[in-house]
Design a protein around this ligand. Structure first.
Ligand code: COA
Length: 224
């Protein structure tokens, strides 16, 4: 489903099944070491993400290699590639492309359920909450969850360029509920790469009980 949200040069591999024991066994030794102390659920989701990322990279001609992560947990892609991984109950996906006109990819999947009310004020600022209040009451919780997913997606797409942790207050999200599009505007600078007022545009959809969000960043010279 993520293919519907991404340009054609991004290869998506995804599955609705959980990780088999084989996927965990098939990890490279360096990868197994990276999750050696993790709980079984985490080891499995890590293994599934790695296997899907390798499948997508293979479609782009990249032979299987270990996909480790740094202390920041961001995946380290083979030279010349960029991508993103997400897992949630019922879906795991990896989206990968050759670094060229596209310089970053971000994807996020969340269960399409109401955002817990006690985190609303952390995730959404006053303006976003004011927008939510204009929406039909029955859909406000799930739209708040959508804002959450969009911010996770923005975090993932900006991070490889800025290497900067961002709080949820760092970007303001505007959602087009009809067109399946969104825009996030930086309210704080990030890593000398994004300035206040810079925007990230992305797409979203609902499918199979999930909310999916995705964005790519193009080289500045290729921006419309
Ligand atoms: C990293 C984060 C975005 C992951 O989102 P999540 O919904 O919890 O989990 P998902 O399954 O969708 O994504 C996890 C994957 O994100 C990727 N990831 C982790 N850190 C990352 C980073 N710094 N940059 C890019 N990708 C990252 C990894 O591939 C990870 O899977 P893996 O460990 O199996 O490789 C989230 O946990 C987090 O730390 N957020 C920071 C705060 C934030 O989002 N601020 C919003 C400001 S705009």
């Amino acid at each position: 489903v993520f293919e519907r949200l991404l340009p054609p040069e991004v290869i998506v591999a995804e599955t609705t099944s959980g990780a088999s024991d084989a996927a965990v066994r098939d990890l490279f030794p360096e990868e197994q070491a990276a999750v050696a102390s993790a709980v079984d659920k985490r080891r499995r989701e890590f293994a599934l993400g790695r296997s899907l990322a390798r499948r997508a990279l293979a479609e782009l001609g990249q032979p299987p290699t270990p996909l480790l992560h740094g202390d920041d947990r961001a995946p380290v892609w083979p030279a010349g590639f960029v991508g993103s991984i997400t897992h949630t109950q019922g879906l795991c996906a990896a989206a990968v492309t050759r670094r060229g006109s596209l310089r970053s990819v971000g994807i996020d999947a969340e269960r399409d359920v109401d955002l817990a009310t006690h985190v609303l004020a952390t995730i959404c600022d006053a303006e976003e909450r004011a927008w939510l209040a204009t929406q039909p009451e029955a859909s406000q919780g799930r739209l708040a969850k959508l804002v959450f997913s969009i911010k996770e997606c923005v975090y993932k797409v900006q991070y490889p360029l800025s290497a900067t942790f961002l709080d949820f207050s760092a970007v303001r999200v505007d959602v087009d509920t009809n067109a399946g599009r969104w825009t996030a505007t930086f309210l704080e600078p990030a890593g000398g790469v994004f300035a206040i007022g810079d925007t990230v545009a992305g797409k979203w959809l609902r499918a199979g009980g999930l909310l999916l969000t995705a964005a790519t960043l193009r080289e500045p010279s290729e921006r419309g």
